[in-house]
Ligand binder design. Structure first.
Ligand code: HEM
Length: 493
């Protein structure tokens, strides 16, 4: 009996060695960037801290250099770290490396819409969306008017707090939410409206859950984990509830469409659908339009709203910065005129603070995953078709040479010695190249106008000693999620 046990153990041992050696041979036959040796099935899972994958990438880059390979579940991943490698990928390999890597919980969006689309319809859907947005609503002036109109509602909602402590999440969210709702559906919601609150809750919850360790694991190991219970199910449920909402809006719009008088982004997409009616393979189907509007709604609300919320927390910790902002606003705009985007030219400090908030919070640290659409020669290596490519953004935003003391919040990172705004090419919070954020112009305008208006009318008051405010994110993954907090806002008279 003992002899049989030993024989079985030996056989298992030999088989394992054999498997590892076959795996090693296959693995080393590719001319891939260097990286830690992966184990079968789990790959390099143990090289990553699921609570802080961006930090693991930084550690691995110190060991393997700015371009390295990992295996995560069944996916081969090449990570780009640092200004040169990231810029090279995004700007010199526009076609080869601009596919979208799969995000398992967004399976339902995979071949439609813009953000998660890695199918043949991505290029045209993105191009048409950008054209409509520019012509219809994202032209600078139309957007400025739209944001200025919304500013009144935002200030009103803030005034209603009457100097009492409140959680700013859904009040601040109301501004970006209504701006994008107006662009997409020509709709405006009261900040306390149930549908508005529900949608903001879904966006907020998904951004949080997507950034938790479980969802990081799920993303790479969904083949094994999909049947288990867990928060991935909640994210998918939320995604489908958001999609139900946009689907209803798209259907309503379709019924009442007047091609001579398009009301918004959705009408413009529907008009394209009508044009393609007789095509054998139409791109702009009701499904594609539904997913495109859902993508824009989520991305257009949650990113800007989280930046505003994190931004106010940073200002609570740095009252000296808030004071300088009040002074600049008072001297350039005064107490009552509504802020305009061109004021930015005379407000280098506010401009620098907005940039520094975005740099410091590093909202999407590892960018969204790209994928190689063909075998690609890169710096003497070959990145095979289908490889996930991660052009990390935190490696630029936290580059200590470009931004000395990068771990500290310092508006001076964006100011020259004369106090003028200093541009940095490392500021790539919106990424770059063919997949660059579609809403960059809109988000920049919203951040400047909303923040300026809030500080024009209110002083921020912390409920705790500023020294005790911890700015570390509560969870790090898809995004860096700010801690929950309350504050008071006191009208400036
Ligand atoms: C502070 C605000 C924002 C930040 C930091 C941000 C950041 C990003 C980043 C890092 C990407 C991925 C780029 C890549 O894959 O290389 C992205 C993509 C995208 N963003 Fe934004 N974003 C913001 C606001 C917005 C807004 C307001 C909208 C909508 C109007 C929007 C719509 C999109 C879309 C549609 C994509 C997908 C582009 C594609 O895959 O072709 N974003 N954004």
């Amino acid at each position: 009996m003992a002899a049989l046990g030993i024989t079985v153990a030996l056989l298992v041992w030999v088989a394992t060695l054999l498997l590892i050696s076959i795996w090693k041979q296959i693995y080393s036959s590719w001319n891939l960037p260097p990286g830690p040796f992966p184990l079968p099935i789990i790959g390099n899972l143990f090289h990553l801290d699921l609570k802080n994958i961006p930090k693991s990438f930084t550690r691995l880059a110190e060991r393997y250099g700015p371009v390295f390979t990992l295996y995560l579940g069944s996916q081969r991943v090449v990570v780009m770290h640092g200004y040169k490698a990231v810029k090279e990928v995004l700007l010199n390999y526009k076609n080869e490396l601009s596919g979208r890597g799969e995000i398992a919980v967004f399976q339902a969006h995979k071949d439609n819409g813009v953000i998660f689309n890695n199918g043949p319809s991505w290029k045209d859907t993105r191009r048409l969306s950008l054209t409509i947005l520019r012509d219809y609503g994202m032209g600078k002036q139309r957007n400025e008017e739209r944001i200025q109109r919304e500013t009144h509602f935002l200030l009103e909602a803030l005034r209603k707090t009457q100097g009492q402590p409140f959680d700013p999440t859904f009040v601040l969210g109301g501004g970006p939410f209504n701006v994008i709702a107006d662009i997409l559906f020509h709709k405006h919601f009261d900040y306390e409206d149930k549908t508005c609150q529900r949608l903001m809750h879904l966006f907020n919850e998904n951004f949080y859950l997507l950034s938790t360790p479980w969802l990081q694991a799920y993303n790479y190991f969904s083949t094994y984990l999909r049947y288990l219970p867990g928060s991935h199910r909640k994210v998918m449920k939320n995604v489908s509830e958001i999609k139900e909402f946009t689907s209803e809006r798209v259907k309503e719009h379709h019924k009442s469409l007047d091609p001579n008088c398009p009301r918004d982004f959705t009408d413009n997409l529907l008009m394209e659908m009508e044009k393609e009616k007789h095509s054998a393979e139409p791109l702009f189907t009701l499904e594609n339009i539904t997913v495109t509007t859902a993508d824009m709604f989520f991305a257009g609300t949650e990113t800007t709203s989280t930046t505003l919320r994190y931004g106010l927390l940073i200002l609570l910790k740095h009252p000296e910065v808030e004071e300088k902002l009040h002074k600049e606003i008072d001297s350039v705009i005064g107490p009552s005129r509504i802020p305009a985007f061109k004021d930015r030219l005379e407000m280098p400090y506010m401009d620098a603070v907005v940039h520094e908030i975005q740099r410091f919070i590093n909202l999407v640290p590892s960018n969204l995953p790209h994928v190689a659409t063909q075998d690609t020669a890169f710096r003497g290596y070959v990145i095979p078709k289908g490889t996930v490519v991660i052009p990390t953004l935190d490696s630029l935003l936290y580059d200590n040479q470009e931004f000395p003391d990068a771990e500290k919040f310092k508006p001076e990172h964006f100011l020259n010695e004369n106090g003028k705004f200093k541009y940095s090419d490392h500021f790539k919070a919106f990424s770059a190249g063919k997949r660059v954020c579609v809403g960059e112009g809109l988000a920049r305008m919203e951040l400047f106008l909303f923040l300026t208006a809030i500080l024009q009318h209110f002083n921020l008051k912390s409920l705790v000693d500023p020294k005790d405010i911890d700015l570390s994110p509560v969870t790090i993954g898809f995004g860096n999620i700010p801690p929950n907090y309350k504050l008071c806002i006191i009208p400036r008279s």
